[in-house]
Every structure is written in structure tokens, then in C-alpha cells.
Design a protein. Structure first.
Length: 231
């Protein structure tokens, strides 16, 4: 028995022994959202140290919640949820729904920052709704420090999506200029993009087939108002 165990026969206490450690539920969130490699998980959890992440992943593997497999290219390992791990999904969703109801929405927005916002945007973009060609979409956040005020989403049909704050050096197809808070509100489904445009909080320049279909390809957070309302 771990020295940090609650030491109770209660299944709730035993589950908390496994899931209640710092970062564990967020690691499972990342896996449920499709991150399977170590560095992918770290992008969604930039404040966890590599050493602690490795320990938590090993703990979850030892508990039968994850299994570690070689990736398709054989170069690096990937982590997959077992059936026991997949059974945790309703717990994660319920926790997120509780958080949305318990905390003031403005408090949620205030915690938004470019790195995590752009990472979450990347994994929620609807590729099927993008034009069938290579694309570069630039996001400009004028209120942010210069080093993180510009981000680029690059889509290549043969490679998929990539996102970063280093200029790829090619012509862009679309420029989206707004604030991190405004884009977070749109991403969370609380602010229609049309309202943001009409109020001047959002400006879009570039390809019409991208700008006019933005709502269809931009996607929303897994716990957005729209997705919660549809459950």
C-alpha cells in the first residue's frame, strides 16, 4: 500500500488513490482527446515536468489504465487507454460539466492563454470542412507579448495539421485578428463569430472559401456550450 493511500476499503477511496494524484486526471483528459505520445501530452500540459509526467504515465500503466505500445513508425512509444481507462471518460466529462456550472464563465476565460488555446484549436478543427488544398492560417493576438502574438496553423493534405508561433515563411491564406479572450469565447461556444465580427472584436482577411466557412471548420472545445446543450 502506498504511504499516500487513504487506506480504506471504500471503492471511492481506492479510486482516489489512483486518480487523485496531481495531474493524473488532466493526463487522462489529454489521452481521451487524442494525444497518445509523450510530447503530445506535454503540449496540453506544459507546466508538468517531464520526470513527473513519465512517473504518472508509468503509474497509470501499472494500474492497468494505460498500455504502452510501439507507434506505427516504430520510433517512439505511444500510450493507449485500456477498457478500464476508457471507462473513466464519463467521470472526466462529468467533472468538466460540473466545472462549467460551478465557476463563473469569466473566471474560465481569464485563465486562457495562447499556447493552450491554439493547441486545443488544432485538435478541434474539422478537417473535413477545410478546402482540399494546403493552407496556412495566421492568428494575430495584438494584446499579447510580441513573441507569442502570432500563431500559424499549417495544413498539408499529406501530413495533416501543425500549429506553432514560428512564421513558416510562406504566404498565408487567411488572417484572423482578435484577442485571446475573444477567440476563447468563440471556441467555448459562448460568443457567435458573427457577433464578434459585427462588434469589431474579430477581423478576418483572406480567402473567401475559408472566411465564409470558418464556423464549420474552426470547431469548438469538447465542453463548449453548444456541445453541452446537444447532450
Amino acid at each position: 500500500m502506498s504511504k499516500n493511500s487513504y487506506g480504506q476499503f471504500c471503492p471511492i477511496a481506492m479510486a482516489c488513490d489512483v486518480l487523485g494524484q496531481r495531474w493524473t486526471l488532466l493526463i487522462l483528459r489529454e489521452l481521451l482527446l487524442g494525444s497518445h505520445h509523450f510530447n503530445e501530452i506535454r503540449k496540453g500540459l506544459p507546466k508538468i515536468s517531464p520526470t513527473l509526467l513519465a512517473k504518472r504515465l508509468q503509474d497509470l500503466t501499472d494500474q492497468g489504465i494505460l498500455e504502452k505500445r510501439p507507434s506505427n513508425n516504430g520510433v517512439m512509444s505511444c500510450y493507449q487507454l485500456t477498457q478500464s481507462g476508457r471507462n473513466i471518460q464519463p467521470i472526466i466529462v462529468a467533472l468538466g460539466l460540473w466545472g462549467r456550472e460551478h465557476f463563473e464563465f469569466e473566471a474560465v476565460i481569464q485563465k486562457s492563454e495562447p499556447h493552450l488555446l491554439m493547441w486545443d484549436l488544432k485538435r478541434n478543427i474539422n478537417l473535413d470542412q477545410l478546402p482540399k488544398r494546403n493552407l496556412i492560417i495566421q492568428f494575430e493576438f495584438p494584446e499579447q507579448p510580441k513573441r507569442i502574438s502570432n500563431w500559424w496553423v499549417c495544413y498539408k493534405q499529406e501530413l495533416g495539421l501543425d500549429v506553432g508561433h514560428i512564421d513558416p515563411g510562406n504566404d498565408i491564406d487567411l488572417l484572423i485578428k482578435t484577442s485571446v479572450h475573444t477567440l476563447t469565447e468563440i471556441h467555448m461556444g459562448s460568443l457567435p463569430s458573427a457577433n464578434a465580427l459585427s462588434s469589431g472584436r474579430l477581423n478576418i482577411e483572406g480567402s473567401r472559401d475559408l472566411s465564409e466557412t470558418m464556423d464549420s471548420w474552426l470547431g469548438t472545445n469538447a465542453l463548449s456550450f453548444a456541445k453541452i446543450a446537444s447532450r
